[in-house]
Every structure is written in C-alpha cells, then in structure tokens.
Design a protein around this ligand. Structure first.
Ligand code: ADP
Ligand code: MG
Length: 140
C-alpha cells in the first residue's frame, strides 16, 4: 500500500469541547502522522465552497452554519493508505452507526456535529489539501 496524504478537519463541536488532543491521538495511534496543521475560523464563503459538492442536499445550509460556529483544526495526515485509514478511524457519518473505538462513536454529538471530516478518495484528498495548504506548509 502506498503512502498517501489526506485532509482532516476537527469540527467546531470537538474544538468547543477541547477534544483536539484526544482526536489527534486516535490518528497517531492508527499510524497516521500530522504533517501540516492549522487552527482557523472558516468564513461562510469558505465553508460553502469546501462543501460545494453537498449544496443541493437538504442539510447544506445547517452544515455551513455549524462549520462556521467555532474554530476548526485543518490538518494533513500522512501514512500507508491514509485516506481509507482515516475514514476507518473516523467511523460512520452517523455516530449511531459508527463502530466501537472510532472517533465518531466516542465523541460525535449527532449526524451533523460529528467531530471530524476526512477526504473520501485520492482526487478529493488532493483538492481538499490544496484548499487549505501550500506545498511548502506540508512537512513530512
Ligand atoms: P462524511 O463526513 O462521513 O464524508 P458526507 O460527506 O455524506 O459524510 O456529509 C458531510 C457532512 O455533512 C457530514 O460529516 C455531516 O456533518 C453532515 N451531514 C451528512 N448527512 C447529514 C444529515 N442527514 N443531516 C445533517 N447533517 C448531515
Ligand atoms: Mg464526505
């Protein structure tokens, strides 16, 4: 399996509850390395652009409002099969369906406030990393 990079976001429900460290520990315990990290407050325009693929979904407006409701931590994670590995550590979108030990099972508040975002495929990972980071800001 090749070494990959993927984009992670620790969402406002998790930063509000001071869970950043506990979530990063889950990534590191799974063999993922944090190779870039920034704590930011998304603007409405940035959140709408980032989640543009969901703009026709009924939850889009609420999702954007949630994502700008507090700080987020955007990170690049690196490792063997990092895209799928991160999705495995995150757990299912709806915490009610997430497996034991996953971030969403342990920490998510709801299907919307589900603590983390993770890229879902190589092409989205590349685009999402570019959305937040310059090549020079990623140090593997
Ligand atoms: P994932 O984050 O697991 O890749 P999606 O890409 O389908 O899930 O959805 C993006 C985000 O939109 C989810 O993480 C969650 O915050 C929110 N979301 C998804 N489905 C719903 C829903 N049915 N109701 C409210 N929010 C949702
Ligand atoms: Mg998704």
């Amino acid at each position: 399996m090749a070494v990959e990079r993927t984009l992670s976001i620790i969402k406002p429900d998790a930063t509000r509850r001071n869970l950043t460290g506990k979530i990063i520990a889950k990534f590191e315990d799974a063999g993922l390395r944090v190779v870039a990290s920034r704590r930011i407050r998304l603007s409405q325009a940035e959140a709408e652009a980032f989640y543009g693929v969901h703009k026709e979904r009924p939850f889009f407006k609420d999702l954007v409002q949630f994502m700008i409701s507090g700080p987020v931590v955007v990170q690049v994670l690196e490792g063997e099969g990092a895209i799928q590995k991160n999705r495995d550590v995150m757990g299912a979108t709806n915490p009610a369906n997430a497996a034991a030990g996953t971030i969403r099972k342990e920490f998510a508040e709801s299907i919307e406030a589900n603590s983390v975002h993770g890229s879902d495929a190589p092409e989205t990972a590349a685009n999402e990393i570019k959305f937040f980071f310059r090549d020079l800001d990623i140090v593997g």
